[in-house]
Design a protein around this ligand. Structure first.
Ligand code: FE2
Length: 231
């Protein structure tokens, strides 16, 4: 049976300490049939050939398969260049053999669990960034991606085991005291709230990154430094 772990933003190699062998010793017993999901801001596809190759090669050498949803700090245009495949019931960009981007609005069956994924987020540091170099408009979903999310969740009766996103439903972002307006209240955080209030989505756990802290809100979990196993 596959094991599945989830952690928060890795930001290229800047926040890798949580998946080193000291902080994540479980990896010594994992195989490529086991998964680590990064809840956005993977940062390993930046359109910089040498750096991207180093990041992908390093993940390839790990004992597990790496899955990620996209965050806001990704080169979305570079990600969109990868061919789309269907994998375990949903659309992916296959970055390499065992590094996989879980696309937006998809429901996957992984290790016997259904997992809804929807990356993207609004940047709070946009004014310090340059479009096409360090910021991309595709950080937020398109109309089609929102529609696809509703369609795919609808096909599962709005019931999944886990949800993995980069940002949080708006109400939770508020209650968490994330006082940065760009990150807490926008079309995507409102959409996630609507999944709860309008569609009554059922899930065992909802995991997100983005806010760079480790905090739990009943079944919702903000991840940064910690890595958790879902069972
Ligand atoms: Fe981040």
């Amino acid at each position: 049976m596959s094991r599945i772990f989830i952690t928060g933003d890795t930001h290229c190699d800047y926040d890798w300490e949580k998946i080193n062998t000291t902080n994540f010793p479980e990896q010594k017993n994992l195989t490529k049939d086991d998964y680590v999901i990064i809840a956005g801001d993977f940062g390993g596809i930046w359109g910089l050939d040498k750096t991207d190759r180093y990041i992908i090669k390093t993940y390839e050498k790990r004992s597990f398969t790496t899955l990620f949803v996209d965050g806001n700090h990704e080169n979305h245009d570079a990600l969109d260049q990868y061919p789309v495949e269907i994998w375990n019931g949903g659309k992916i960009h296959r970055i390499s053999d065992t590094v996989i981007h879980l696309m937006r609005g998809q429901v996957f069956e992984i290790g016997g669990k259904t997992i809804f994924t929807m990356g993207g987020a609004q940047s709070s540091d946009k004014i310090y960034r340059k479009e096409g170099i360090s910021w991309w408009a595709r950080e937020m979903p398109s109309d089609d991606e929102y529609d696809e999310a509703v369609k795919n969740l609808g096909a599962h009766g709005f019931k999944v085991n886990y949800v993995v996103t980069h940002c949080a439903p708006e109400d939770y972002a508020y209650s968490a005291g994330f006082d940065d307006v760009a990150r807490r209240a926008n079309r995507l955080t409102a959409f996630f709230s609507s999944l709860i209030t309008e569609h009554d989505i059922a899930y065992d756990g909802w995991y997100f990154g983005h806010y760079h802290r480790d905090k739990d809100f009943e079944k919702l979990h903000c991840l940064y430094h910690r890595i958790v196993e879902i069972t």
